[in-house]
Design a protein around this ligand. Structure first.
Ligand SMILES: Cc1cc2nc3c(=O)[nH]c(=O)nc-3n(C[C@H](O)[C@H](O)[C@H](O)COP(=O)(O)O)c2cc1C
Length: 374
């Protein structure tokens, strides 16, 4: 029911652990259940000296507890550890192993591809999209010439699948088209988005330790942007898409797959809340498929595509369930149109169906019924 594939790469579930600090080694992945494989930290053959130390502080977690800013880079574990033990540890556990390599130094990337092509990895993922390292060292995420040169050099080196990891930018679709033309096997989107900044109001200093203070935004806050990237990519390229960015629930996975993703990756949710998130998503996803009489998760892929054309609903009026209403007044505060004076009584002559009251209601006392306009 949960099996899917990204081109030639078969996966037991659509969930993969994404590249980052917790994939410096296989340890975290080996604690997961329901996660079909992992992407290594983006390996560099020769990490530049300044990247041997990650600036501190390296994270700022948002007030929502589900999103963060980070300024990590470099590798604390040398690539040789993956070559000698790490790949085998993951493969022996039954997981798929996607080897992430930094695409910044083309010669180094080529040399790692040649080396790892000899052993049993499932695919290469080439990272050209780290937002904060882009801000400091040059933004590869929008560098079409670099991507062309990179893929022209590395594609002939291996028959293994090459996935290209991109981030949101106004060049995203052009970058993806170039990757497809140069025979990449899949697009992974999105990396962290940004960079973004937080300032400590006691000192005036940026909260992150990186030069310039700005880091990449990840987690819940980027989900709608990442989802739209996947939705746009699925209508632009024919190669498979792996969706990533802010996924923490089965509902997020279903949305990503409906938008066109063949599989998804998670980083911030497991990094902040632990490996159990994969087990919980698998349970909820199975329940969702059963409840909706969907035989295989692959049937979700791309369901939403084409449905947003001329997307306008008859003003969807909220319906109140007085059983659930706790008279907290939040709907009244959120109503910019003066339609809710005495919660939960709604003046339907004033209600424009904006949906804000439904969003702020803590007890789901307000719901909307959508009906499409002709
Ligand atoms: C601390 C940290 C380190 C990361 N390191 C890498 C990396 O080495 N290579 C890479 O391609 N992406 C890296 N990422 C980006 C994630 O793989 C992922 O694309 C991004 O966090 C969005 O997904 P999420 O919202 O589920 O976290 C890193 C993210 C974080 C938060």
């Amino acid at each position: 029911m949960l099996q899917t594939n990204v081109g030639k790469v078969a996966l037991n579930t659509p969930l993969l652990l994404a590249s980052g600090y917790i994939t410096e080694t296989p340890e975290f992945f080996l604690k997961t259940s329901g996660c079909s494989g992992m992407v290594t930290r983006s390996l560099k053959k020769n990490p530049p000296p300044e990247r041997k130390n990650v600036p501190a502080p390296r994270y700022v977690v948002f007030d929502d507890g589900k999103s963060m800013l980070n300024c990590e880079w470099g590798n604390s574990t040398p690539w040789t550890e993956w070559y000698e033990h790490g790949v085998a540890d993951v493969k022996n556990s039954g997981g798929s192993l996607i080897l992430s390599i930094s695409g910044r130094v083309i010669e180094d990337c080529s040399s790692l591809i040649k080396k790892f092509d000899e052993i049993e990895i499932d695919a290469f993922e080439i990272n050209v999209s780290c937002s904060h390292s882009g801000a400091v060292h040059g933004n590869l995420n929008i560098d079409i010439e670099h991507l062309k040169e990179l893929l022209t050099k590395i594609r002939p080196l291996t028959e293994k699948p090459i996935w290209v990891k991109l981030s949101y930018s106004s060049y995203l679709l052009d970058m993806a088209k170039i990757a497809e033309e140069l025979d990449a096997d899949a697009i992974v989107c999105s990396n962290s988005i940004g960079p973004g900044l937080f300032i400590d109001t006691e000192t005036g200093l940026p909260k992150l330790g990186i030069k310039g203070g700005a880091g990449g935004v990840t987690g819940k806050a980027i989900f709608p942007i990442a989802l739209n990237c996947v939705y746009q990519l699925a209508q632009t390229v024919k190669i498979p898409i792996v969706g990533i960015g802010g996924i923490s629930t089965a509902d997020d996975v279903v949305q990503m797959m409906m938008a066109g993703a063949s599989a998804v990756q998670l980083y911030t949710a497991p990094a902040i809340t632990g490996p159990e998130v994969f087990r919980d998503i698998v349970n909820d996803l199975t329940n969702y498929l059963t409840a909706h009489k969907i035989n295989t998760v692959r049937d979700l892929i791309g369901i939403a595509i084409g449905k947003a054309e001329n997307n306008c609903f008859k003003a969807p009026k909220p319906i109140v369930s007085s059983k659930n209403c706790i008279h907290c007044g939040l709907c009244h505060k959120a109503c910019a149109f003066g339609a809710i004076k005495q919660p939960p009584d709604i003046n339907y002559d004033k209600c424009v169906g904006c949906n804000a009251c439904v969003g702020v209601c803590p007890t789901k006392a307000l719901t909307t019924h959508y009906e499409r306009s002709e």
